[in-house]
Design a protein around this ligand. Structure first.
Ligand code: ADP
Ligand code: ZN
Ligand code: ZN
Length: 824
């Protein structure tokens, strides 16, 4: 009897980043059959396109795919980028968050940028003006086939920045058109991967080393080097050793760009190196105080048990949570296991990174979403090889290829930036817990102001709570005072920005050489521009939100789509000339401070101040070194910073955000005020916090002033229970959006009808126009689903998606957000 010898697998199933929720089967060319494994990325033909996908399994001839099966084109990884554990995590995310698997895998693999890099075009200010005029005249000729490519490009770019490759598909003669627009100063370009995030924060320095000259006789002749590449290579050859890429700009024009392309061709080596804000003195680890020790002991015991366990480390601001993290990581390493620590987007400063590099020299990798692909790729490889066993990362770092994971820390677990706002809409904290569970690892969620969900999980015994009830060295919590701005007005008859008490407090700090921080969580100069005659508020052309006046740019700006326009001289509605600027923003606070304290040295920290050379870390570090007396800013100043000389925190208005139509408004306000107050008095001198408000009786504000998390939790959890909001329900937002308002309405109505009468175990709210009914020219209709169980919620959502697919809706028009962080 002859037995068939099993040959190599002939086919592979590939998950592609397309909204269709299924893997696709491809054949494998002979040369690849032995090399393709599950978790490797491949290039595959899809329709007329070529896509990068992840292989989820290979198989032989047992299930014969149809004769039209196409072959994969290329294998991109010799070793899987996603191991079994991460593939499993990806499947969980796709299911739980109702996201297509291929798109989930793509979000999990950091190196896709290596394949798809490109330029992004956006409009300059004058470009926006020209585009705006086009919009006005757009109606009669909208999108006609013979419409002018220049106008088309401008209109498209007015909605949002676009990649060169996209524009090339949509605009005739795009290369020429874009070039001429750039010449006229109407558009600007940027490298997609560079400086995407203004908070890139000089957190690292990029070092470069010469490796070799290109070989002339390779089979696929390499493209010729550009002039900057040639010059850079010569310079490096003549100056052996490692150089700081940024410094080379002085010798070779465009050297950063050249450095990256040379690195891709393996002619130079780039290494990421931390850049401490100031050379940090080598510090011995702190001796833990009794509270810290008690918390640490529990974590240590769990690490030894090698079992999954989630801790909620609830420690007031300044209680020394970081030291516990560091000790716990040490313990994990000593047990031969690795550790992953997640920090919020802007929490990963050089000062933070520096502590880790110092404590675990040579073993730390940093992953920040703002890093260049080369940097990320390099760190990613160090992690996978096991060289770096300590990973400090922002949200997507939860997918880092850490082997033998023993410990995951999520610092500031309540922070909103852990939630991804595009498909897959996962929550980094919750994915971390799931990953730890699969890996039998220990999780520590840390915060002074835990999310209601996490604290509830601790109450119900799902998590174990560890408390740090006091500050290090028994430093007092800051003294907090509420200032009722209605009372202030009654007494002074003036609608001032600063109360008398705040002015006095700042004056005293200036006299004593101490520092102050002033928080106003709203960017810009005036939050809206209105007509005094008819009351018209000027709204964005693309969104149903008011424009914010930014004085530095002398323009009104939309914070949702970046649309901007000049201040009108007359009301666009009634033609009156009484244009009024209302609503206070951080830019104006800075301005008024200069007026009130002409001699004070004042800096501002918000998204607008942080760009170009004045970046985040520069401002913060100058403030830390005493170069400024007062730091004004948005929530950016509230987070995590440890600046000992700050003895006053002033909240200019605690009311911003409190009245938003969102069930988390109170929680957010409480967290922001508590965190901001926590910046005061972290050094030897005690601190005070002054909170100006017109809602002094609101519980979020009262509890923050009393620094009483427990009281806030008790009140808020009752509200959530009564209103059936999380954690008492499984919540999802189902948003239909599109440029055509009628279509958006009828589609959301169709979804609504599907759920009528409401299926068992589910409550349906809406559909109705979303609180922001139009964003970026898309109309938004929303439905909220509240389900008794996760399982039920998931079943319903899957049904809705099936319906949308069967109706052939453009898949991006249905946005499902499970566990939404915001309902706006
Ligand atoms: P949190 O993150 O809880 O707000 P930090 O971790 O920033 O607090 O700690 C506050 C300060 O106390 C830091 O300067 C830290 O170096 C210091 N610190 C932490 N633990 C100890 C300790 N056991 N003894 C002395 N100082 C400590
Ligand atoms: Zn008017
Ligand atoms: Zn807008």
């Amino acid at each position: 009897m002859s037995r068939e010898i099993p040959g190599p697998p002939l086919y592979c199933d590939v998950s592609l980043p397309v909204p269709l929720d299924q893997p696709f089967t491809y054949g494998m060319p002979e040369t690849l059959r032995h090399r393709v494994q599950a978790g490797c990325r491949v290039l595959a033909p899809f329709g007329t396109r070529t896509l990068t996908g992840v292989v989820i399994r290979t198989h032989g001839n047992e299930s014969q795919p149809s004769s039209t099966t196409r072959n994969i084109l290329r294998l991109l990884d010799e070793d899987p980028v996603l191991d079994e554990e991460l593939l499993r995590l990806g499947r969980w995310i796709a299911e739980y968050y109702c996201a297509p698997l291929g798109e989930t895998f793509r979000a999990m693999t950091p190196l896709s940028g290596e394949i798809r890099r490109g330029r992004v075009y956006s409009l300059t200010k004058s470009g926006r003006d020209v585009a705006r005029e086009l919009h006005l005249g757009a109606d009669e000729q909208a999108g006609g086939p013979q419409s002018d490519p220049v106008a088309t490009a401008l209109r498209m770019l007015d909605a949002r920045p676009l990649s060169a490759s996209y524009l090339k598909q949509k605009v005739a003669n795009a290369t020429v058109v874009l070039k001429s627009l750039e010449k006229k100063g109407l558009v600007e370009t940027e490298d997609t991967t560079a400086d995407r995030d203004p908070l890139r924060a000089a957190a690292v320095r990029l070092r470069i080393e010469f490796l070799g000259r290109p070989q002339e006789d390779t089979p696929d002749t390499p493209p010729k080097l550009t002039k900057p590449e040639r010059e850079l290579l010569s310079y490096l050859e003549l100056h052996p050793g490692s150089h700081n890429v940024a410094d080379l700009e002085a010798f070779v024009a465009k050297s950063s760009m050249a450095a990256r392309s040379l690195a891709r061709r393996r002619l130079v080596k780039l290494t990421v190196e931390p850049m401490a804000a100031a050379p940090e003195p080598i510090r011995a680890p702190h001796q833990l105080n009794p509270h810290q020790q008690a918390a640490y002991d529990q974590i240590l015991a769990a690490l030894h048990r090698k079992q999954f366990q989630t801790f909620l480390l609830q420690g007031v601001t300044g209680s020394g949570k970081t030291e516990i993290y560091l000790k716990a990581i040490e313990a994990a390493l000593a047990l031969g296991r690795s550790a992953l620590m997640l920090v919020p987007e802007i929490g990963l400063t050089p000062a933070v990174a520096g502590q880790f590099y110092q404590r675990f020299p040579g073993r730390v990798a940093i992953l920040h979403s703002a890093f260049h692909d080369t940097e990320r790729a390099q760190e990613w490889r160090r992690i996978r090889s096991g060289e770096a066993a300590v990973v400090v990362a922002t949200r997507s770092g939860v997918f880092a290829p850490v082997g033998n994971l023993g410990l995951i820390i999520v610092d500031e677990e309540h922070d909103q930036s852990y939630k991804q706002q595009e498909t897959p809409r996962y929550h980094g904290r919750d994915v971390a817990v799931m990953r730890a569970r699969n890996a039998q690892a220990v999780v520590v969620l840390g915060s002074a102001t835990p999310s209601l969900e996490s604290r509830y999980n601790a109450e119900s015994g799902k998590y174990l709570r560890l408390d740090l009830p006091e500050r290090i060295e028994r430093r007092p919590m800051p003294k907090v005072e509420l200032i009722d701005m209605r009372q202030e007005f009654r007494e002074t008859r003036k609608q001032g920005t600063f109360s008398r008490a705040l002015i006095d407090a700042v004056t005293a700090r200036l006299d004593n050489g101490e520092q102050s921080m002033l928080l106003l969580n709203r960017r810009g100069f005036s939050s809206f521009v209105a007509c005094r005659s008819c009351g018209e508020r000027i709204e964005c052309a693309n969104c149903s939100v008011t424009l914010t006046y930014h004085r530095r740019d002398r323009r009104m700006l939309c914070h949702y789509c970046n649309y901007s326009e000049r201040i009108p001289e007359r009301c666009p509605k009634c033609d009156s000339e009484y244009i009024q600027f209302l609503g206070l923003g951080s830019e104006r606070v800075e301005d008024e401070l200069h007026g009130a304290f002409p001699k004070a040295r004042i800096a501002r920290l918000d998204r607008d101040a942080v760009s170009g050379k004045h970046d985040y870390e520069t401002i913060l570090s100058a403030f830390r070194h005493g170069e400024y007396d007062i730091l004004v800013g948005t929530q950016m100043i509230a987070k995590g910073h440890d600046i000992p000389n700050v003895t006053l925190v002033g909240v200019v208005s605690a009311d911003v955000g409190l009245s938003l139509p969102d069930f988390r408004a109170a929680e957010r306000t409480f967290q922001l005020l508590t965190q901001a107050g926590g910046r005061a008095g972290r050094g030897e001198t005690p601190g005070i916090v002054l909170i100006q408000t017109i809602n002094p009786d609101h519980y979020a504000i009262r509890c923050a002033a009393a620094q009483d998390y427990q009281a806030f939790y008790n009140k808020e959890i009752e509200f959530r229970r009564t209103m059936t909001y999380p954690p008492f329900t499984a919540l999802a937002s189902v948003m239909v959006h599109g440029r055509d308002e009628e279509a958006a309405i009828s589609r959301s109505a169709a979804l609504g009808r599907l759920l009528q009468p409401a299926p068992e175990g589910v409550r349906v709210l809406g559909p109705a126009a979303a609180a922001m009914a139009r964003i970026k020219n898309e109309y938004r209709y929303q439905m909220l689903l509240k389900a008794a169980t996760r399982k039920r919620l998931n079943q319903i959502l899957v049904e809705l998606r099936r319906f949308a697919a069967a109706e052939k809706w453009n898949p991006t028009s249905l946005a499902i957000d499970v566990d939404p962080m915001t309902l706006l």
